[in-house]
Design a protein around this ligand. Structure first.
Ligand code: MOS
Length: 765
């Protein structure tokens, strides 16, 4: 996954080199017929009828079921494993451990192994079983006898750095050397400031809680393997990672992921379960299905790391930011991972002096992974509350204060944005929310305190970029198949791709058939992450459709004696716009040329030279705080986004609803709880780990698309949305809570207990 982000970085850098000159450049769309409308999912029927094939649904002849034996201790060394009893259990067809031939595979860089005898957190993989039924497999896994040497453990960052703390890796628990990243001189900035504030904020470990848990179904055919994987990418996260891990040629590996039931970053890397399923399957000579339980996913497939952020900020009387400083400490769990908390401080506002310092501390807990805009909602929690604090000290409206520090030039990249929509997001969002009126009216009824708050955000990727391809094929009857390696995260990728092809070809969406996420059939697409899918795929699809059209129009122009740019597709014919009597059916044209279909591969073009492409977001929240029970009810949420052109209004709104819902959970209820006495996670189920439900979200959240017609970012003009629509939510809610009760919720999540604690702190002064 770190590799995934490195690649994005590389794409970003490449975007500053001029794109290869091309004689056949496409013009930006003017008015569109289909794109921009709200269109139901092309696979809506499959989804609501239960026909959609999720990895969980795959059943193959002779298939057996895998189960993984996991370390029950927070920190232990495996001394001995005895599988003899398990092998004799009913239905068992294979048992594997780290000493099984081919199972000695390094993992997490080289920090661990597939089955590492040194178990650094509860739930680490120790052995695995395949059996006729899942129950037999779980029973047999329990029958494996393991002798552990339990080791002292540490599950909180403060204790992890104390002298004599148990070492999770040799050399101590500091995860790498922290490198400060600086712009300008913060000390000088603090001297220049009229007001300097400092505050410490904390955010919890948030779990991905995907509805479909992680897992794979694998099937060997000799040296070749087919893998159905609940994954974010059949190529990078799938085929390529798998082939490298198993030392196999790419061509012998086929990954499919027609549907996935949620991922949020947790399926952006190859899972141990996929390799374990492959090893079990090879040993058993049977297809193997290995799906994790909810509890396993809570322990072993990632989370959003917590953070302790100390923020110091300086501002002049007129509201000009002079310095921002962030010191952030987080835990990646037991293995190294990234945090990315600093970038928002470096990028969101025009501020000449910025210093960020991030450091990770190992603990005996599950490793973090990418999670919806990694680092950004966390950063917004502290930065956007600090902005609120500064605005109050300045006696300035938070909206005005943010606009004062708005910039059209990327502060960290030092080039202009292709479209700088933050200002419009703030203004349009405030208008929709009725910000000034809401701020001015303080209606309170007894113990229910009402408050409003806002926050801003952006996302560092979301530009998309090459390499990314789509195949477009038109049949002589006018039907079109679009093939892409992209998997549909649930964001509506298939629908938006079909809309783009239909728009460019001038045909109805119903005439498009989408084939996706099968490495044996569909061309390369990078993993669906970083909010890059639409902005990578849509331009590739448009390009492919355009190439098909150009080929056919070229033939028709010759046959009809008109110019190609005078032609359009109407029903199943090619017609001259200036003289509609000049027409030929597609059948006739194809027959004349001796072809039955026309196929083109559309490549994603390079990003614009000398421009930064980023999506922006501003959100507004209204809350009611019950000062007796501590309950916070979020009654209104407005999300305004600049994500370039809206492709499908329905999926656009869905993305922002989803982002705000997940942000609401991050603000109010979601946190991993580790038991300091046992080192184990307490809330490994959806009863004790509280994600928001329909009762917790505002009845009708509102979405404001700020459509700035970004004709520079790519040939469709769209930027990413899934992550930016999540970045400011929790911070906006925190600011609204402050507005309601007059005491600042620096530490999340702000659950009932936290509210009551804040109120009692306030009463005590
Ligand atoms: Mo995302 S966290 O890049 O899937």
């Amino acid at each position: 996954m770190t590799e995934f982000y490195d690649r994005l970085e590389e794409n970003f850098r490449n975007s500053f080199e001029p794109p290869a000159p091309s004689e056949d450049t496409m013009d930006p769309w003017g008015e569109t017929r289909i794109v921009g409308k709200g269109i139901p999912r092309v696979d809506a029927y499959e989804r609501v009828s239960g026909k959609a094939l999720f990895t969980y649904d795959v059943i193959l002849p002779e298939m057996v079921y895998g189960a993984i034996l996991r370390c029950p201790h927070a920190h232990a060394m495996v001394k001995r494993i005895d599988t003899s009893a398990a092998e004799k259990m009913p239905g068992v067809v294979a048992v594997i451990t780290g000493s099984t031939p081919g199972a000695d595979i390094s993992w997490y860089g080289a920090q661990s192994k597939l089955f590492d005898p040194h178990c650094r957190h509860q739930g680490e993989e120790v052995a695995a079983v395949a059996a006729q039924t899942p129950y037999q497999a779980w029973d047999a896994a329990k029958a494996i006898k393991v002798e552990y040497e339990e080791l002292p453990f540490v599950v909180d960052e403060d204790s992890a750095l104390k002298p004599g703390a148990p070492e999770i890796h040799p050399g101590g628990n500091a995860a790498g050397k922290p490198r400060p990243q600086t712009r300008g001189d913060v000390e000088k900035g603090f001297v220049e400031a009229d007001i300097v504030l400092e505050e410490t904020f904390r955010t919890p470990v948030q779990m991905h809680t995907t509805i479909e848990t992680h897992g794979s179904v694998v099937k060997w055919d000799g040296e070749k393997i087919t893998v159905w994987d609940s994954s974010q990418g059949v190529y990078d996260a799938g085929l390529m990672s798998f082939a490298r891990t198993m030392n196999m040629p790419y061509n012998n590996v086929r990954f499919l992921c027609p549907y996935v039931g949620g991922a949020f970053g947790s399926k952006l890397e190859l899972g141990k379960y996929t390799i374990i399923a492959a090893l079990l399957s090879r040993k058993a000579s049977r297809p193997v299905k290995l799906m994790l339980t909810r509890e396993e996913t809570m322990l072993c497939v990632g989370n959003r790391p917590n953070a302790k952020m100390t923020v110091k900020a300086g501002v002049k009387k007129d509201g000009t930011l002079t310095a921002l400083q962030l010191t952030c400490v987080f835990t990646p769990g037991a293995y190294s991972s990234m945090a990315f908390v600093g970038f928002l401080f470096q990028e969101l506002y025009k501020c000449p002096n910025v210093m960020v310092l991030e450091s990770g501390i190992y603990t005996n807990a599950g490793r973090s992974r990418a999670f919806r805009a990694p680092g950004f909602p966390t950063a917004a929690w502290s930065l956007e509350q600090m902005m609120d604090m500064l605005a109050e000290k300045l006696n300035m409206d938070p909206v005005e204060f943010r606009l004062k520090n708005f910039t059209e030039i990327s502060p960290s990249r030092r080039v202009p944005y292709s479209s700088a929509g933050l200002k419009d997001c703030i203004i349009e969002g405030a208008k929709k929310f009725g910000w000034s009126e809401a701020k001015a009216t303080k209606t309170e009824s007894g113990h229910i305190k009402r408050g409003v708050g806002m926050a801003a955000g952006l996302w560092m990727m979301g530009s998309g970029g090459p390499p990314y391809t789509a195949e477009v094929r038109m049949f002589a009857d006018g039907g079109v198949t679009v093939k892409t390696g992209a998997m549909d995260l649930g964001t509506g990728t298939k629908t938006t791709a079909a809309m783009v092809a239909a728009e460019e070809l001038g045909i109805p969406v119903e005439n498009i058939r989408m084939i996706n996420a099968d490495t044996a059939i569909t061309p390369y697409a990078s993993s669906s992450g970083g909010s890059m899918t639409l902005a990578s795929l849509a331009p590739a699809v448009r390009r492919g459709a355009w190439l098909v059209k150009r080929q056919i129009f070229g033939w028709a122009a010759e046959i009809l004696g008109v110019t190609a740019d005078d032609l359009e597709i109407r029903d199943k014919s090619i017609v001259s716009r200036s003289n509609p009597s000049k027409k030929k059916t597609l059948e006739e044209i194809f027959r004349t040329k001796g072809v039955l279909d026309v196929i083109a591969i559309g490549n994603r073009e390079a990003n614009p030279a000398g421009k930064a492409v980023m999506p922006f977001s501003a959100q507004f929240a209204e809350v009611e705080v019950n000062t007796k029970t501590g309950e916070v009810k979020v009654v209104r949420l407005v999300g305004a986004n600049d994500s370039g052109r809206v492709v499908n209004l329905k999926s656009y709104e869905n993305q922002v609803y989803g982002g705000m819902t997940q942000g609401l959970g991050y603000a109010l209820t979601e946190k991993r709880v580790m038991d300091p006495q046992t080192g184990k996670m307490c809330n490994t189920n959806l009863h004790d780990y509280k994600v928001p439900t329909a009762l917790d979200v505002p009845v009708r959240p509102e979405v404001v698309p700020v459509d700035l017609k970004d004709n520079e970012c790519n040939n469709v003009g769209c930027k990413g949305l899934g992550e930016p629509g999540h970045v400011p939510t929790a911070a906006a809610i925190a600011n609204a809570i402050y507005n309601a009760i007059g005491v600042r919720p620096t530490d999340g999540p702000v659950d009932n207990r936290m509210i009551l604690e804040l109120l009692s702190r306030k009463r005590r002064g």
